[in-house]
Write a new protein. Structure first.
Length: 300
């Protein structure tokens, strides 16, 4: 499976520039206000069962594209984090955790797995689906995490990447989100970077809490000769403009779900650029039924 909209036309093009520009922030904190995580909810399970995904968004990877900083953040606020690299996801697995995080996985999930996840949420669990872009050569609307989102009545846009040539950081698919609505998951969040992501094509019954601005457009992918997908990062006449919904939340039964479509927001090189870390922390707190901190302290 090719990860076209991410690695073929974007990451390869900007990889050297990103390394020069982005210095990995401090990932180990010396002074934090620790939230009191409830005993039944403080265990977070990260699904990393897509073996072909390497170190991208891997919470044990301290590299530029790893997500160890996100895991360290949660641990410093009282949570435990566990990686699950096997499959399938079962009710027996989920019963020991308060929150399941599915962050840009590439494998497809079975109906039994999706039913287990829905039952987990319905019975009081939290689900954080952090998607990303995928092209038509990767799959249709039943692709990977989008199939899970659709089971909750929400869907992500495929074969499109959000681009903004006016309000961005470093390069146009690294856009800045400033249209933020009041919510527990946006508490104390003024702006955040939305990097190489797509949007919520159908938010369903979820409540949208963050939008792009009107200068953002959805850049369509085009098949390349090598079987992947490429993009020109130019506004074509058949491409739609924003605002686009990018983060939403949902109550489902006794549990909760947060939907987001830019996993690169939580890589080590980005998570502390502005308020990305607060958005991630708030989301997990809300999903775990824990309060947000009274004071946010990223480092001492």
């Amino acid at each position: 499976m090719s990860r076209n909209l991410k690695f073929n036309f974007a990451a390869k093009k900007y990889k050297i520039l990103l390394i020069l520009f982005l210095v990995i922030p401090i990932l180990f904190f010396s002074s934090l206000h620790i939230a009191s995580a409830q005993p039944n909810n403080n265990k977070i399970l990260f699904d990393e069962s897509s073996s072909n995904w390497g170190k991208f968004n891997n919470i044990h990877s301290i590299g530029t594209y790893g997500s160890s900083g996100f895991a360290n953040l949660l641990q410093n606020y009282g949570y435990s984090t566990t990686v699950y690299k096997d499959k399938p996801i079962t009710p027996e697995l989920l019963k020991d955790y308060g929150v399941l995080v599915i962050m840009d996985q590439t494998r497809n999930y079975t109906d039994d797995e999706i039913n287990a996840i829905k039952d987990f949420v319905n019975n009081g669990g939290g689900l954080f689906i952090i998607g990303s872009t995928w092209g038509n050569t990767d799959g249709d609307q039943n692709y990977s995490y989008n199939k899970i989102a659709r089971s909750f009545g929400v869907s992500y846009a495929n074969n499109e990447i959000l681009v903004n040539d006016k309000d961005y950081v470093f390069f146009s698919p690294m856009i800045e989100i400033k249209d933020i609505r009041p919510s527990p998951i946006t508490n104390n969040v003024t702006n955040f970077i939305y990097m190489m992501g797509t949007y919520l094509k159908d938010p369903g019954s979820s409540t949208v809490v963050a939008y792009t601005d009107s200068y953002t457009w959805a850049d369509k992918g085009h098949p390349a000769a090598d079987g992947t997908t490429t993009s020109n990062y130019q506004k074509d006449t058949d491409e739609t403009s924003g605002p686009f919904p990018v983060v939403s939340q949902m109550q489902y039964g006794n549990g909760k779900v947060v939907f987001m479509a830019a996993a690169y927001t939580y890589i080590n090189a980005v998570i502390y650029r502005s308020d990305e870390w607060k958005l991630g922390l708030n989301s997990v707190n809300w999903l775990a039924n824990n309060p947000n901190p009274t004071t946010y302290k990223p480092s001492g």
